[in-house]
Design a protein around this ligand. Structure first.
Ligand code: DC
Length: 205
């Protein structure tokens, strides 16, 4: 079974993906980490975040073991990720990696922005996870505070709006729900409830 989970930043899609992977004993890929690592690699190498060919080359040579998770989770890495994710050659360089992961024997859970629409339109089950931008900013602020990198709520809110805008309006693989995805609005739901809704949908299918 291939499960595709797409949605906005801090909507709870990653938490749902991890929980479904454990529940069904499937491997999980957080595809945002690939874009984050590409962005961080570009920052490290002093490569401009709009240099499509140089960033694609970094994406093609990516070794995730060279990146600390905490380094990938910073606001700076997120901004860089959103910029390199808008470059078509970067998306092409990461496409095969994600598709091979999805089609391994037994299946997989992948979360991102374009899994159900571009990377794996054939997925057996698709979810689109979203929440109000204020609630997502609140969650992300708490996360960054816990990681010792606090950021003001208003700054987070405007960064999220900017990122949503860029992810939604890019020419290649814009962030959008697949037509056959189940929409889950997590604004007023806790992770247990989100999991219940997702499991009920998978059972139905
Ligand atoms: O989910 P995330 O915040 O870790 O994603 C980081 C950035 O990468 C985000 O701006 C959108 C982009 N991304 C993408 O374009 N396609 C994906 N499949 C996953 C992430």
């Amino acid at each position: 079974m291939i499960i595709a989970i797409d949605g906005t930043l801090a909507s709870g899609k990653g938490t749902l993906a991890k929980r479904l992977a454990v529940h069904f004993e499937l491997p999980h890929m957080d595809t945002g980490a690939l874009y984050r690592a590409t962005g961080v690699a570009a920052l490290r190498a002093g490569v401009a975040l709009d240099d499509a060919q140089a960033c694609a080359q970094l994406a093609g040579q990516l070794d995730l073991s060279e990146f600390e998770d905490s380094e990938l989770r910073t606001a700076e890495a997120g901004q860089a990720a959103s910029r390199v994710a808008a470059l078509t050659p970067v998306r092409e360089a990461l496409f095969r990696l994600q598709r091979d992961f999805a089609f391994q024997p037994g299946g997989a859970v992948l979360d991102g922005r374009d899994i159900g629409t571009v990377v794996c339109p054939e997925a057996d089950v698709k979810f689109w996870v979203d929440a109000s931008v204020e609630e997502r900013a609140r969650r992300r602020c708490l996360e960054l505070e816990a990681a010792g990198k606090p950021i003001a709520f208003d700054k987070m809110l405007s960064e999220l709006r900017e990122r949503d805008e860029r992810d939604r309006n890019r020419a290649t693989a814009p962030m959008k729900p697949a037509e056959d995805a189940l929409m889950i609005d997590t604004t007023a739901m806790n992770p247990d409830r989100v999991m219940e809704v997702a499991l009920a949908h998978i059972k139905d299918r």
